[in-house]
Design a protein around this ligand. Structure first.
Ligand SMILES: [Zn+2]
Length: 271
């Protein structure tokens, strides 16, 4: 945990510069940047720079792949917020659980189980984001996770594609590699299981919730079905599922699940 005020000031300056850059690139909207900067600063102060680099990897990869083939996704009505910029709700849904683990680590240092929980949460977020953003571009129709013989339209909650699942695994691998690179973990079967295994299971759980309880909405402007409570910059109409279980709530619950799996994997293997 950082207690030196000069270090905190320096961290604030770095986080602000990164925040302004992501805003200028249109990766996150203004309130989203403020949310991301607050989360970033908390994670640096309580966890340290290694935690922050891992968070930043997720946020930048999510930003890049949300913008990737943006025009194609927009035609499908599947884009994020305004011009693909992520909102503060989306930023928080994907990073609150990781922040809680970083804060706990700052208060109980050297707890490797808390580091595992942090990695599990971030790996779930990156796996889910990549599975969604890259899976949308699959040439094949998605299949419903609860009934794989049932083909659904691209963008349907709970729909999975081989391309999306591969992208999710790649996300976990990326987090594992970065965590080795910054010395957060050592290359080991354990760290692979924590990042790739927990990330993949968290992402799968996200799809499962998508197929079972997630709210579905209809856009009153363009008429498209969507999992977002806002579309064409207008609030959407609730047509199915549990209204409270919107996309952000599902992301939040899935990161709790992914983090718990990571802690469990760590405890089972080491204790
Ligand atoms: Zn619309």
């Amino acid at each position: 945990m950082i207690t030196n005020s000069m270090h905190i000031l320096f961290s604030g300056v770095v986080v602000t510069i990164i925040g302004i850059t992501t805003y200028k690139l249109g990766i996150i909207d203004l309130l989203g940047v403020i949310a991301a900067e607050s989360v970033g600063l908390i994670i640096i102060i309580f966890g340290g720079w290694e935690f922050f680099v891992i968070l930043l990897t997720f946020l930048s990869i999510a930003g890049i792949f949300t913008k990737y083939k943006y025009a194609e996704k927009r035609k499908m009505g599947m884009t994020e917020g305004k011009n693909g910029a992520r909102s503060w709700q989306n930023v928080l849904a994907n990073s609150v659980v990781a922040s809680v683990f970083a804060i706990a680590y700052g208060l109980i240092p050297s707890s490797k189980a808390l580091m595992a929980g942090f990695l599990g949460a971030i790996s779930t977020s990156i796996a889910d984001t990549l599975a969604t953003e890259i899976g949308l571009l699959s040439r094949y129709e998605p299949r419903l996770i609860t009934n794989l013989s049932n083909r659904v339209k691209a963008g349907t909650s709970g729909g999975i594609t081989l391309l999306g699942e591969a992208a999710g695994l790649f996300g976990g691998l990326l987090i594992a590699s970065v965590s080795w690179g910054v010395g957060f973990t050592n290359p080991s079967i354990l760290s692979i299981l924590v990042s790739i295994g927990a990330g993949f299971l968290g992402c799968t759980f996200d799809s499962y919730l998508g197929a079972t309880v997630q709210a579905t909405f209809k856009c009153s402007v363009c008429g498209k079905d969507t999992e977002k409570n806002n579309h064409c910059q207008q609030p959407t109409l609730h047509v199915g599922g549990n209204k409270v279980m919107d996309n952000n709530m599902v992301n939040l619950i899935s990161t709790i699940f992914g983090a718990s799996i990571a802690v469990l994997i760590y405890l089972v293997i080491t204790v």
